[in-house]
Design a protein around this ligand. Sequence first.
Ligand code: HEC
Length: 145
Amino acid sequence: MVEHVIRMCPQTKSVLTVRENVLIMFRTLLAVAMIAAVPTLAAAEGDAAAGEKVFRKCKACHTADEAKNKVGPHLVGIVGRKAGAVEDFKYSDAMKNSGLTWDEATLKEYLADPKAKIPGNKMIFAGLKKAEDLADIVAYLSTKK
Ligand code: HEC
């Protein structure tokens, strides 16, 4: 930033006015802010490849690659599915009667804090605390149709 303050105008060789300096600094700041905003937007969108890594935390109990239940129900087609809908899985009453449909918003809320979202559900998982992890895992699960 300092170089802007002391920059000389190449044509006139005069020191730039305060107003010109402010304009240059403002434009630089704007450019920096725009560059900084890009990864934030990407995080809000969710990254399926990063989500696959987050899914390691779920793998002991879930698969999303085939319609096979483990400790938890399979997660094939989970986005858009009603909660508690896998026929041969023994859900808790809390999950069966939650009345939820899994979409981006409900999944994020549940996975951030399973006990708070559906009190009495039997998934033993503390929750994902990072907004980025939540966005990424939903992006990953969205690819499992
Ligand atoms: C310790 C085992 C365990 C872990 C770890 C776990 N889950 Fe679960 N999950 C369960 C069980 C058991 C249920 C069924 C809950 C019920 O019936 O109350 C469940 C239910 C779910 C449901 C609702 C499924 C449906 O058919 O309605 C989703 C979605 C889910 N888990 C996603 C995840 C994700 C994503 C992770 C990782 C971030 C995760 N779970 C980690 C055991 C686990």
